[in-house]
Ligand binder design. Sequence first.
Ligand code: CO
Length: 253
Amino acid sequence: LRPLDPFVLLDRFASDDPAAYIRGFPDHPHRGFETVSVMLDGHIRHRDSRGNQGLVRGGGAQWMTAGRGIVHSEMPEQDRGLLSGFQLWVNLPAREKMCAPFYQDLAPAQLAEARLSPAGNTARVIAGDVSGLAGPVRERPTRPTLVTVTLEDDRPFVAEVPADHVAFAFVHRGLVEIGPEGRSTRVPENTIALLGPGRRVRMRAPDRRSGLLFAAARPIGEPIVQRGPFVMNTDDEIRRAFADYQAGTLDKG
Ligand code: CO
């Protein structure tokens, strides 16, 4: 997601084949940014080097600020059925990259849910403010908005993108028309749409039964050097991250 500072990466996973997901993501490090897991279906168990653990359940999310460093595993807690969701990497400004790590497990009931139509259009707000609802993740440096939207009829979901934010919508199910009435773009399944700043964005499912992830945030405007699981400002900082990880001190201090 390089053109979308402060977003770094979006991983979409969806499989009902246990052989494809059962190995999960065993112990690995992160430094310098935030990882956000959004579960649509299935369960993932998180364990980390600080002794935390939690279950991220379908309909829920986890917002982890890696800061100066954390080593964690993310493993499916199921051996059959559908595992579906996203992991989004949100960068941190230089002044926050070495902050103490922390994470929030967000059970489905902790998200703010708006029913947008009688047929069951819903917006579930993880971060920021949408449709008059405040998501549980607040006060992050990039002022993110993150929402999962289910469209069961053809009434639109409308989001405001602030003038100083970048934004995207990822359609994970069905087909969604995005943009002003009469000038919208048809965005098919498994496609990302980049949304301009300072706009009211209308998202409508003409064929119904669609779903999308909507995200917006304020760019940081600093150099980005990413190698593997580390996102820093300079090559030297990346070398330091690898050295700290190899020395076993990434998450100490
Ligand atoms: Co990870």
